[in-house]
Design a binder for this molecule. Structure first.
Ligand code: C2E
Ligand code: MG
Ligand code: MG
Length: 454
């Protein structure tokens, strides 16, 4: 392993200003150095374009450290990162700092995705060892984006842009990820950006709507409450599923605004339902890491004039995981004002009995993936049986999601589950349709096993 020596190059190009090739803080190369190296490699390989790779690395969570410990500590970490990168670069590689906490490197002998991923694993290990800051140590992970010449670009600007797109994708997928640029990834990112722009406008214009799916007593089909489900129809993009736009809203920082408008709309609608019908509302994972969630939710219900006792907040275990302490506090706060907590999609993701006890939800929703298999698959039946018994023992209510057939409903009831929702009882419908349904005016809008309210 041999990196570039930390020597300041000042290059005087016939009569122009001297160009520095060195990053003053870390002693690595800088952008000009990177451009120069890529220009040389592309010129060398113009006739016979043997691939080479450029990589970008961005430290995850560097900014909070800078804010918390001060800029001197931040600079210290950047120098340690530079040192580690240089020490672990393969022969012939060039390492530079592009700006702030973004470093770049050129790997002349790495020419495919596998090679790039191997390097990112190595660097990830090297960079995630603790950083010594005198009296304390901190840990950081890093995100990577790679672009391989000539597929991802033929010159400095194109290659850097491709690597940047790949890095951006890694960042979107969480900390410590690596992505190698490809046409598919470029398409994916382009579509996400289009969607984001459309969603941003739709949120501002209050165009994202909310529909309601009845949650019924399986024994008689009567609705006992409704789950609010976000619906978005864009003129150009058509109907976009909440399974697509909710995660996007979370990633792009739109979820707060979106949730506020959705909860207001849902609560306004619920206010006109009979008092005994509850509103079940999906809280996003972003709300469980935001300490102001409680105050926000309560004030929206106040504005909409809906009693919090008529509201159930649906959360998932996975969403609780990001910052469990804070999530518990938020959940407790919602309970304190009378809301109930419902654990959504139970049995998928990171289910844990310990967490079930700690969250102590009022209700557990059995995921559709078990319900849809209940009449065909013994393990699913056993899992549902176990969940029902568990909830009974812990004094929690249980709701089955995604009931589509009479057989499923009968089976669930035989296992002791008497509450559920699904297309058999009713698809999600808009607020006016719920009104007509509750007034007994429009039976046809609901599922085949509809029943009018008592
Ligand atoms: P979820 O909360 O588990 O909602 C249940 C999903 O199952 C809904 O999909 C519903 O339309 C669908 N469903 C209900 N019954 C049946 C059935 O019998 N068969 C089938 N095949 N599907 C059924 P939807 O509306 O597409 O929502 C998907 C997910 O998006 C939701 O899963 C929830 O996690 C999220 N979501 C929806 N609206 C919101 C919202 O307002 N805020 C947040 N944070 N997330 C939302
Ligand atoms: Mg739900
Ligand atoms: Mg669910």
């Amino acid at each position: 392993m041999a990196g570039e020596p930390a020597v300041d190059h000042l290059v005087q190009l016939n009569g122009t200003e001297p160009v520095s090739y060195t990053d003053a803080l870390t002693g690595l190369g800088n952008r000009a150095r990177l451009r120069d190296k890529i220009a040389k490699l592309t010129a060398e390989r113009a006739d016979d374009p043997a691939p080479f790779t450029i990589g970008l690395v961005n430290l995850d969570g560097f900014r909070p450290i800078n804010d918390l410990f001060g800029h001197a500590a931040g600079d210290d970490i950047l120098c340690q990162v530079a040192h580690r990168l240089r020490a672990s670069m393969p022969d012939g590689a060039v390492t530079v700092r592009l700006d702030n906490d973004v470093f770049a490197f050129v790997l002349p002998l790495v020419f495919d995705e596998r090679g790039a991923m191997k390097i990112s694993d190595l660097f990830q290990q090297v960079l995630s060892a603790p950083y010594d800051l005198g009296s304390r140590t901190v840990r950081l992970s890093a995100s990577f984006g790679f672009a391989i010449y000539p597929y991802a670009g033929k010159d400095f600007a194109q290659l850097l842009e491709s690597a940047d797109t790949a890095l951006y994708r890694s960042k979107r997928h969480g900390n410590g990820k690596a992505t190698v640029y490809s046409a598919r990834i470029a398409d994916e990112m382009k579509r996400a950006t289009q969607l984001e722009q459309a969603l941003r406008s739709a949120t501002i214009a209050n165009e994202v709507d909310v529909h309601f799916q009845p949650i019924v007593d399986l024994r008689n089909g009567y609705p006992i409450g409704f789950e609010a489900l976000a619906r978005w129809h864009d003129v150009e993009l058509g109907s976009v599923s909440p399974a697509v736009f909710i995660p996007l809203a979370e990633e792009r920082g739109l979820i707060e605004a979106l949730t506020e408008t959705l909860l207001f709309k849902a609560a306004r609608a619920a206010r006109s339902w009979p008092e005994d019908k509850f509103l079940s509302f999906n809280l996003s994972s972003a709300q469980l890491v935001n300490p102001s969630t409680n105050v926000k939710m309560v004030s929206i219900l106040e504005q909409a004039d809906l009693d919090p006792q008529r509201v159930e907040m649906e959360i998932t275990e996975t969403a609780m995981m990001a910052d469990p302490e804070l999530a518990y506090r938020i959940v407790d706060g919602l309970r304190d004002v009378g809301m109930r907590i419902s654990l959504d999609d139970f049995g998928t993701g990171q289910s844990s009995l310990g967490r079930l006890r700690e969250i102590a939800p009022d209700k557990v929703k059995i995921d559709r993936s078990f319900v849809s298999e209940i009449t065909r698959d013994r393990p699913s039946e056993h899992i549902i049986k176990a969940i029902v018994a568990l909830c009974e023992g812990l004094d929690m209510k249980v709701v089955a999601e995604g009931i589509e057939t009479e057989e499923q409903s009968a089976k669930l009831q035989s296992l002791g589950c008497y509450t559920g929702q699904g297309y058999l009882y009713g698809k999600p419908i808009d607020a006016d349709a719920v009104q007509r349904y509750l007034a007994g005016l429009d039976e046809a809008l609901t599922g085949p096993r509809y029943a009018l309210p008592a």
